[in-house]
Design a protein around this ligand. Structure first.
Ligand SMILES: [Zn+2]
Ligand SMILES: [Zn+2]
Length: 355
């Protein structure tokens, strides 16, 4: 039986969260109702809570339910739904495009030209429409994927994070047998590292510091460079006989990262940026080096068209959630979970809440 009301952790004002009893939503056409079993805290969640994204319209109103990296079970079907049945174990994508604009028609639905327009069918769950920090939520079938039997809900809630990594990797590829680097051993960087290894890189170098860098080594990075102890560019050039690496995924968002990456990539090499930057602080590199060395420089946003392959990588053991998911909390302790995540308490990497 689906109850009439449920618990939701809602943002009632900036910096103010409350566990509230709210109505369980009903699925519309091509939507299903899901029981949320695990929802991971994303780096953007605290920024929205603190009010840093108010100008972007996140949240669109108060009270609002955040949470967009989730897994759970289908418990009720809306009209027209044939792709899912009750009891299916699923994980969600945050972006659902309008399906009709030029970008959506090209499959680039995270860049939907009708962003935020609910009447056009666009949904950005946990950003422009309610998210998963609650017991039940409705989702378009387009935003759902069935998850493998051997994947836990906690690890399946990494679908979005790992998908962001895979979309970034696909922007520039991986040289089979090559040497690649990842800047930033956060949740996305740790997924990117495992995937690049699985996609055939001979050597994966991780640039970071402290506990997260250590974890990168424990789950597969070949060479660890602690930027607090040594210059990553100098070390990478030494390791590659002065040539530099084939591809770099920049997942740190650090002000100096782009400058370092350009100095550490080989001539003709490729760099993709996934990090979010404080633009006013970014140290600009010598731009001419991009021209003279024919460097491919791209950015990638979110995780379009990668979820099924991410789940296959989980099923095959190429990608593992162990150690990336470092903590779990019940929904009632969301604020403690948030504090643990934000302040990286007790070695926190990805913190998952279980409503
Ligand atoms: Zn996210
Ligand atoms: Zn669209």
């Amino acid at each position: 039986m689906i109850p009439k009301t449920m618990k939701a952790c809602q943002l009632v004002a900036f910096n103010k969260l409350e566990i509230r009893e709210v109505p369980v939503p009903a699925p519309g056409p091509d939507e299903v109702l899901c029981r949320i079993r695990a929802v991971a805290i994303c780096g953007t969640d605290p920024e929205i809570i603190f009010g840093h994204h108010a100008k972007k319209g996140w949240p669109p109103r108060f009270p609002f339910t955040l949470g967009h990296e989730w897994a759970g079970e289908v418990v009720a079907l809306g009209p027209n739904v044939t792709e899912f049945k009750e009891g299916d174990r699923v994980a969600g994508e945050a972006h659902k495009g309008c399906g009709a604009c030029e970008n959506c028609l090209k499959g680039r639905y995270t860049l939907c030209l009708n962003y935020g327009k609910e009447e056009k069918g666009h949904r950005h769950y946990g950003f422009t429409v309610p998210g998963a920090n609650c017991e039940y939520n409705v989702y378009s079938t387009k935003a759902l994927r069935k998850i493998p039997d051997n994947l836990s809900f906690e690890h399946a809630s990494l679908l979005d994070t790992a998908g962001v990594a895979l979309h970034g990797i696909e922007m520039i590829g991986v040289t089979p047998g090559g040497t690649v680097a990842v800047w930033g051993p956060g949740p996305i960087g740790l997924c990117a590292m495992q995937m690049m290894k699985g996609m055939g890189a001979k050597t994966v170098i991780m640039v970071g510091r402290k506990h997260r860098l250590k974890v990168a080594g424990e789950i597969g990075a070949d060479i660890l460079i602690d930027f607090e102890k040594e210059d990553p560019v100098k070390r990478i050039l030494e390791l590659t006989g002065g040539k530099g690496v084939d591809e770099i995924q920049e997942c740190s968002g650090a002000a100096v990262a782009l400058k370092e990456c350009l100095a550490a990539v080989r001539k003709g090499g490729k760099i993709n940026l996934i990090g979010f930057y404080e633009d006013s602080k970014v140290v600009l590199p010598p731009i001419t080096s991009i021209v003279m060395n024919e460097i491919t420089l791209t950015g990638s946003r979110a995780n379009p068209n990668v979820s099924d392959r991410v789940l296959n990588m989980f099923a095959a053991g190429i990608l593992k959630g162990d150690k990336v998911v470092s903590h779990t909390f019940p929904l009632e302790k969301y604020e403690e979970a948030l504090d643990t995540f934000v302040h990286r308490k007790d070695g926190a990497i990805k913190v998952v809440v279980k409503p």
